[in-house]
Design a binder for this molecule. Structure first.
Ligand SMILES: [Zn+2]
Length: 181
């Protein structure tokens, strides 16, 4: 049996405990509904990877953000992820294996060899619903390239609209430092 408790690497950087509330709407995340943790790390020479962005979003806030992308972009990203996961399955490895080996879920690259990487985990209460997904810089760039010009404009507009996103997260999203997974 896999341990499905939330690993410490996905804890809230400030409290060193599991995220308790949605970063955007402050909804209590322990109410049994699904939510997602997103965390962006950067590697520096001779140091442990540093968390640049770290937040949890309730299902509604995730969906609202994704709805800012054009349908076309969303479909391309979903397809990219799906194909990647199919390739993973064909390789005979499992997402959880790669996660435990600190490797990119899709490419298998070791995360320590990537300039940065992003983790995403869907959770319910204090447990993981599935293996966390982790993407290397190369995969994150590939996803950025799938965004249509239309979607880029929508993300720009997103930063002007007030969805209650903290300014640093809006900026990171528009600049492509965070990918909506
Ligand atoms: Zn929320």
């Amino acid at each position: 049996m896999r341990d499905h408790s939330i690993p410490a690497v996905l804890f809230n950087e400030d409290s060193k405990a599991p995220h308790r509330e949605c970063r955007i709407c402050q909804k209590n995340l322990m109410d049994g509904e699904l939510y997602a943790i997103q965390k962006v790390f950067k590697n520096y020479p001779d140091q442990e990877a540093q968390a640049l962005f770290d937040f949890a979003l309730c299902k509604n806030c995730m969906e609202q953000a994704r709805a800012e992308l054009s349908k076309e972009s969303r479909q391309r990203i979903d397809q990219f992820m799906m194909e990647g996961l199919e390739n993973l399955e064909a390789s005979g490895e499992e997402a959880f294996d790669r996660w435990e080996q600190h490797r990119c879920t899709l490419s298998g690259t070791y995360l320590q060899e990537s300039s940065e990487f992003q983790m995403m985990a869907v959770c319910q209460g204090e447990t993981l619903v599935d293996s966390p997904v982790c993407l290397s810089a190369e995969m994150l760039e590939a996803i950025q390239e799938l965004l249509s010009p239309e979607s880029r404009e929508e993300l720009n507009r997103f930063s002007e609209n007030n969805f209650g996103w903290p300014p640093e997260l809006k900026k990171a999203l528009v600049d492509g430092d965070i990918v909506l997974l």
